[in-house]
Design a protein around this ligand. Structure first.
Ligand SMILES: [Ca+2]
Ligand SMILES: [Ca+2]
Length: 402
């Protein structure tokens, strides 16, 4: 099933996650992705002490916030207490300032790409924190994803992700929770068996629950999106939701505790063919499409390529930008020094920049992106122009070989 974007461009406007903020590897880490081709102003803020107003007794007393660009791990902003930010007045004007003077906030324009917000307690203090990302401008530039990693405890200390769908039409989202698979990323205390509950905020109705994604009625559709969790004990919910607020609650089966990661995806997602197969990709100008990079028949990344074809109906002058990345939706990596081989940046480009076909391999060369099997790789596509606005244009045979 291809998840086409809704024609009226309903958007994820806000995403937030509440969880336990501890120290070291157990600070709270929120990731988010700005899609599209233009910069977007966002506000990232953190609640700690003000959570007392919502009955949270152990709110993090004095949180701090660090914003990191995922592309190169550069810290692009830090804030401890929001009123000390140089643009505190603009935050207030937007109505997005925190509710307590000890709570941090960062408001800035960010280029498309992936970002990480790290929430810590001053002097190593611990407690419950809530991190939120708000879109301020450019509704045409989507926030396509947020994920948060933190400690999943019990009772009020389970992990809760909130998100808001803005617009007049429904939006399809995929919500996933990771636990056991985090061991592959060096997390020592992963939540061994997470379960997920999706609640509609307006009336607290439970929209869906899932314990293990393979048991979902639409498990095959979840596979087709490319966002099926990697462990059978991890839950996923694929749902088409009306505009409004929602919360995703992650807890451990049997009140077990540990580190979990909850992610909400609102990116248009479609399946790509696997090894030695081709498929037609269809998309809209301005949208970002992220896929898992297919692996070869032995389950490893092999040599492959993406090629723009003359699929009937494809606008002949359609300009496509593609990018391989380590984070879905990230168009920054391919321009980075990390992707550079022989002085070139071969991990992506605009239509024709690498001869109209774009290659990758485990060895890599000046024209190939070097991929490895130590992590998951993604392939991202977006149309820059020459596909009429609002028209779905087919393009690109994708073909992968070992
Ligand atoms: Ca503070
Ligand atoms: Ca489970």
């Amino acid at each position: 099933m291809a998840l086409a974007p809704s024609a009226d461009a309903s958007r994820l406007r806000n995403i937030s996650t509440r969880g336990e903020v501890l120290t070291g590897n157990d600070v709270m880490i929120a990731g988010f992705i700005i899609g599209g081709a233009a910069s977007k102003t966002v506000v990232v803020n953190v609640a700690g002490p003000s959570l007392a107003n919502y009955g949270i007794a152990n709110g993090l007393a004095n949180p701090t916030l660090t914003l990191v660009r995922a592309l190169d791990n550069v810290v692009i902003a830090t804030n401890d207490d929001w009123q000390s930010a140089p643009n505190a007045a603009q935050m207030q004007a937007a109505g997005l300032q925190p509710n307590h003077p000890l709570e941090p906030s960062i408001m800035m324009a960010l280029a498309p790409g992936a970002y990480t917000a790290i929430v810590q307690g001053v002097a190593g203090a611990t407690g419950i924190g809530l991190v939120g990302v708000y879109a301020v401008d450019h509704p045409e530039v989507p926030l396509v994803n947020i994920s948060t990693r933190g400690q999943v405890l019990t009772g009020n200390d389970v992990m809760i992700a909130g998100f808001v769908i803005q617009g007049s039409g429904p939006q399809t989202v995929v919500v996933t929770a990771a636990g056991p698979s985090l061991a592959n990323f060096g997390i020592a205390d992963p939540l061994v068996n997470p379960t997920l509950t999706l609640v509609r905020s307006i009336d607290n109705v439970i929209i869906a629950t899932n314990d293990n994604w393979g048991n979902a009625a639409n498990a095959q559709e979840i596979v087709d999106t490319g966002f099926a969790p990697s462990d059978s004990k991890e839950p996923a919910i694929l749902a088409t939701l009306a505009p409004g607020g929602y919360t995703a609650i992650v807890s451990g089966v049997g009140n077990t505790t540990g580190t979990g990661l909850v992610a909400v995806w609102a990116s248009p997602i479609a399946p790509l063919a696997g090894a030695n197969a081709s498929s037609v990709h269809s998309g809209f100008v301005g949208e970002t499409y992220a896929y898992y990079l297919p692996k070869n028949s032995t389950g490893l990344y092999g040599t492959g390529f993406l090629q723009q074809s003359d699929t009937p109906g494809t606008p002949s002058a359609l300009t496509v930008e593609w990018a391989l990345s380590k984070t879905p939706g990230d168009f920054g990596y391919y321009k980075s020094a990390a992707a550079m081989i022989s002085g070139q940046t071969p991990c992506g480009g605009v239509n024709g920049a690498v001869g109209g076909s774009y290659y990758w391999s485990p060895t890599g060369s000046f024209s190939e992106c070097k991929v490895d099997n130590d992590q998951v790789w993604y392939i991202n596509v977006r149309y820059l122009n020459n596909c009429p606005v609002g028209v779905e244009c087919p393009v690109s045979y994708f073909h992968s070989e070992s």
